[in-house]
Ligand binder design. Sequence first.
Ligand SMILES: Nc1nc2c(ncn2[C@@H]2O[C@H](COP(=O)(O)OP(=O)(O)OP(=O)(O)O)[C@@H](O)[C@H]2O)c(=O)[nH]1
Ligand SMILES: [Mg+2]
Ligand SMILES: [Zn+2]
Length: 343
Amino acid sequence: MAKRQLNRRQNWRIEKIQGERAARAAKRESQALQTLEGGDLGPEQTGLVIAHFGVQVEVEALEGEMAGQVFRCHLRANLPTMVTGDRVVWRPGNQGIGVIVAQLPRNTELCRPDPRGQLKPVAANVDLIVIVFAPLPEPHANLIDRYLVAAEHAGIRPLLLLNKADLIDEQNAVALNAMLAVYRQLGYPLLEVSAHQGDGMEQLMQQLNGHVSVFVGQSGVGKSSLVNSLLPEVETRVGPLSELTGKGTHTTTTARLFHFPGGGELIDSPGIREFGLVHVSRDDVEAGFIEFHELLGHCRFRDCKHDREPGCALLKALEEGRIQPQRMASYRHILASLPEDEY
Ligand SMILES: Nc1nc2c(ncn2[C@@H]2O[C@H](COP(=O)(O)OP(=O)(O)OP(=O)(O)O)[C@@H](O)[C@H]2O)c(=O)[nH]1
Ligand SMILES: [Mg+2]
Ligand SMILES: [Zn+2]
């Protein structure tokens, strides 16, 4: 009991300190904004958010003589949260600083829950989600399936990318190939590359050319290494795997957008520990499993939970091998993790 009270008091203190810190940052921000607004601001123009840091974002000018230049921008009050890939209306100020006046509508929005389970957009206006995995850190099919559900939900095309092909060996090949076979059979585009040795990188480049893509996946799979290999003039930070756990060490901390010389953009995003899907419904999850599409609506009971109901079209397909056991397990795992009311 005493311990719990102490924890509550500690929590309260932490929240108080964090609240004060946020208030101070907001005050500094509004003072900076006032100074800027009081000075000479250039005309309103469109820009592209290429990275964001707490309350400030980096905007690339898209128009006029300043096109291509990057400005650190403050946000006018009451604007929604900006993410990498957002198009905005902004006004340049002095010394590479500017003010964002408005956010332009997004075509697409890739979201994921933050550690508190609140839904946060991570990238805007992308048309290709590149789901990166590798022999090491050990890949999880369930995480890939979660990304596939999120991609379907957001209406964004997925591409599966196995990086570190140079690390495929006798020990991991069987399990890896079995996993790849599952996705090939489902018809998902899949590439095997090595950022280090260059294998497959040209095909990857072809797939990305002209698109706005975002690299997602566990920490340590080599997303930033792929960026460095695709765009040699970019030198984004790469970090080793933990010797203790074999997992990534969360090197990239903010999503950042890069341009391809021939057109198209690429967003490198921070790796994640796990990808909860709290914002989707049971229907959304089912819609994210493409092999279910032709079966849904064919169960005997309209509210079938595909658990052990008689006359279930999904269970029958599972028995007949038209649904792969790994995918059914993944589906159940995702459903079990949704909040109660969705389940
Ligand atoms: N063997 C091998 N190692 C690679 C390859 N690509 C990346 N790595 C290594 O994998 C580790 C992690 O690479 P990063 O590029 O930092 O991974 P990341 O996905 O960006 O990680 P986060 O930023 O933490 O999400 C580094 O030690 C890289 O050198 C590859 O093709 N082959
Ligand atoms: Mg990285
Ligand atoms: Zn059913």
